[in-house]
Design a protein around this ligand. Structure first.
Ligand code: IMP
Ligand code: MG
Length: 207
């Protein structure tokens, strides 16, 4: 049972100690209904763009897993899945420090899991939860293009254009959002909140 009360959300969820911020303090940004409608439209667009062809979805772990599973079911083409993993180098501050200082990544990204198959001559759609500074996508784009795919497209559920530090854009964007830290529908804060059905803003003063 889920109740959306004003700008706050309340779910039947584990007790406070499980979370940094209890889910009742999160602000609702995008409801599961809004997300479902937009993801369906994105799937229809991809179906039209690649009519008569097969596509290979490459989802970025872990945040894009839920988006991929919903998006792919709205793509009525022959399709296969693969997964790629990345992480940022350097000593990250504590999650709360990271939240306050705006999550600026160092720009150094490393591969933690490569794809399992060749992308050569495939129509590759890289599926990502959110495009922020653009460092991750720029890094991944180079890897995919080195495989010489037939086509290369980026599908990002969320886009924070005001945060961009690299000149990269997604071909399919679900929602453009302001510079806020969001969780839910696959997106995490310190690995938590990924299973929330809506997308919510995490308050900046988290301890
Ligand atoms: P970029 O390299 O700065 O574009 O960052 C992309 C990655 O940062 C995403 O794949 C997310 O894992 C993470 N990220 C950026 N903004 C958020 C957010 O608001 N919530 C959760 N994760 C985020
Ligand atoms: Mg991610």
């Amino acid at each position: 049972m889920r109740v959306v009360a004003g700008r706050n959300v309340s779910y039947v969820q584990p007790p406070l100690c499980v979370y940094h911020v209890h889910v009742s303090e999160l602000k609702l940004l995008l409801t599961q209904e809004q997300i479902a409608k937009r993801v369906a439209e994105m799937g229809q667009q991809i179906t039209r763009d690649f009519e008569g062809e097969a596509v290979l979805f490459v989802a970025v772990l872990k945040g894009a897993a839920i988006f991929l599973s919903d998006l792919a079911r709205h793509v009525h083409l022959e399709a296969t899945f693969d997964f790629i993993g990345v992480s940022s180098y350097g000593n990250r501050p504590s999650p709360s420090q990271e939240l306050k200082s705006g999550w600026d990544s160092t720009g150094e990204v490393r591969l933690t899991k490569d794809v399992d198959q060749s992308m050569r001559e495939k129509n590759v759609i890289l599926v990502e939860d959110i495009l922020d500074t653009g460092f991750t996508m720029t890094f991944l784009k180079k890897i995919v293009l080195a495989h010489q795919p037939r086509a290369f497209k980026i599908a990002a559920l969320l886009d924070k254009p005001s945060r961009r530090k690299q000149p990269i854009e997604a071909d399919y964007v679900g929602f453009k959002i302001p510079d806020e830290f969001v969780v839910g529908y696959g997106l995490d804060y310190a690995e938590k909140y990924r299973n929330l059905p809506d997308i919510c803003v995490l308050p900046r003063d988290t301890e």
